[in-house]
Design a protein around this ligand. Structure first.
Ligand code: UD1
Ligand code: CA
Length: 520
């Protein structure tokens, strides 16, 4: 890449975002698993600038906390009470210059009066926290164009069908040079006919920008300091204004309300899905497949309809996921199959099978060739290679060895009402159906438990654990205690007509039944 390294990327994120009608600041709303400002920060970082600065004001604490979390090296600049994008950039530039001085001081230049004049030099990219489709590729092209043109300002413009609301790029009729940008609210009827709009994204020469933002005023329809006014000022001072028309006008669109949030979310998803298809992933139904920006898929993964892959989910080659599966921060191994499953913060090893109707909560680790089957919930559970939990069970806070089988409807009773406890099952163990394993409990290698057991004490290797009491049979109970019910009638009929294999008591009941029959 012949690309120049920008001195800084500045992201404007101080506006209120009123049209979102949200308690959450606009730039914190997510699409494709990242906040809007997160997308701007990602694009910024890929340009490898010396500094990234984000200008904040509205809901400053929340926005700052989020930025600190996702981009700890980004500098935050406070916008003061003077409104407008021009003021935002003035504040951002002051913060950048202050760090340039601080860096000199830290380098030991204290006392040298020259350092106090230290200022950022070079190219400064200015973008917004609400234009998530603007990626590093487009910003890079803008930087290249800026460098090649030797411009004071390079403005990213776009030709659109409906320019309403945008600032218009006013060009000289003769030379075609950009003269100024006029905001919609300040534009004449004639200027409103112009369909070339300002995207709000620019590259500035730092010195030209510094000189121009100091001259901005608020004499306009909105009483704000407009950043686009820098264009006319820089031109007046002899700077070159270079317009760069976006190859795809849709990609410079911003989010102002929830309708646009959904529209841009869809466009971004389409891009991501297309990217993975080009990398060798089969996506059967792109329109119902949602993939976050930080997901990673290997070639020959198959994604079936209705699947959402969130966070840092990673899927290895040959695995099939879906239909109707939602995975968040899940690792799926090669050749595994995950059907109709809801999972988060879990690991599924190669050739394992999960679903349908499985719920994998955080801390689940299913070993190679293992199985988590229908209506099974797991949490903080390690299930070894080749082990199976096939049906209707809850496995919470447990470690299970290899080649073990957990019978249907088994519950790991991990909570005593106050604390959670861990249970351990060895390898080649066989847990009978409908067990309650009262944690903490250990079941050794090769041990068995009987069906319906309530296991409170450890079962050593090779032992059988069972505790079901002998079955009681109370003959005739239904006829006596539930007379007049359909069950009693059915029992009555069966006892009257069939004496095969009946106990003595049952025979007596049958005789009694026949007697009653005779009476009626
Ligand atoms: C701005 C441009 C307009 C352009 C449009 C493209 C100005 C005056 N107008 O208008 O020419 O066509 O973007 O979408 O710049 N912000 C601050 N501090 C403020 C005000 C805004 O940081 O005081 C931030 C906002 O958070 C946002 C960005 O600047 O990220 C743009 O602000 P917004 O109010 O959306 O500007 P537009 O009216 O869309
Ligand atoms: Ca806007």
């Amino acid at each position: 890449m012949s690309r120049i390294r920008p001195a800084a990327v500045m992201i404007l994120a101080a506006g209120a975002g009123t049209r979102m009608k949200s308690a959450t600041p606009k730039v914190l709303h997510p699409i494709a698993g990242r906040s809007l400002v997160g997308h701007a920060l990602t694009a910024a970082a890929q340009l490898d600038p010396e500094r990234i600065v984000v200008v904040v004001r509205h809901e400053k604490e929340r926005v700052a906390a989020h930025i600190h979390e996702i981009a700890p090296n980004a500098l935050l600049a406070d916008q003061d009470e003077i409104p407008g994008t021009g003021r935002a950039v003035y504040c951002g530039l002051s913060a950048l210059d202050a760090t340039a001085v601080a860096a000199q001081v830290a380098a030991g230049a204290v006392g040298d009066t020259a350092v106090l004049d230290t200022q950022v030099e070079g190219a400064i990219v200015v973008t917004s926290g609400d234009v998530p489709l603007v990626d590093a590729e487009l910003l890079g092209q803008l930087l290249d164009a800026h460098a090649n043109a030797g411009a004071a300002v390079t403005v990213l413009s776009a030709q659109v069908d409906d320019p309403t609301g945008y600032g218009r790029i006013v060009r000289d009729a003769g030379s075609g040079e950009v003269v100024e940008i006029v905001e919609h609210k300040d534009a004449s009827q004639e200027q409103r006919e112009i369909d070339e709009i300002n995207s709000g994204i620019y590259v500035f020469d730092a010195a030209a920008l510094r000189g121009a933002v100091a001259q901005l005023d608020q004499n306009n329809a909105q009483g704000e300091m407009y950043l686009p006014d820098v264009i006319a000022i820089a031109r007046r001072e002899g700077g070159r204004i270079h317009p760069f028309i976006a190859p795809d006008a849709g990609s410079v669109e911003g989010v102002n309300d929830r309708v646009q949030l959904a529209q841009l979310g869809r466009i971004m998803n389409d891009r991501i899905v297309e990217h993975w298809m080009r990398e060798g992933v089969t996506v059967v139904d792109p329109t119902t497949t949602w993939i976050d920006a930080d997901v990673h898929l290997a070639p020959d993964v198959t994604i079936l309809p209705g699947t959402q892959l969130h966070g840092e989910t990673q899927i290895a080659s040959g695995a099939t996921v879906g239909p109707d599966t939602t995975l968040t921060d899940v690792q799926v191994g090669a050749g595994a199959s995950v059907i109709r499953t809801h999972g988060s913060k879990s690991i599924i090893d190669e050739d394992a099978t999960v679903g349908p109707f499985s719920y994998l909560r955080p801390g689940t680790h299913l070993g190679a060739d293992g199985k988590i089957g229908a209506f099974v919930e797991t949490k903080n559970a390690s299930i070894g290679a080749h082990s199976k939990v096939p049906h209707l069970s809850y496995v919470g806070d447990a470690s299970i060895g290899e080649y073990s089988n957990i019978g249907a409807a088994t519950i790991f009773v991990n909570f005593d009402g106050v604390d959670k406890h861990h249970s351990t099952i060895g390898s080649h163990a066989r847990i009978g159906s409908d067990n309650s394993l009262i944690a903490p409990v250990n079941i050794g290698d090769g041990a068995y438990t009987g069906a319906g057991a309530v296991i409170r004490r450890d079962v050593p290797a090779g032992a059988l654990g069972r505790n079901s009491s002998p079955q009681q049979v109370v003959e005739g109970w239904v006829l006596k205690r539930r007379p007049g019910t359909p069950s009693a009638a059915a029992a009555h009929e069966a006892l009257r007509s069939n004496d095969d294999g009946l106990s003595e008591g049952a025979r007596a009941e049958r005789a009694a039944a026949n007697e009653t029959e005779g009476e009626s």
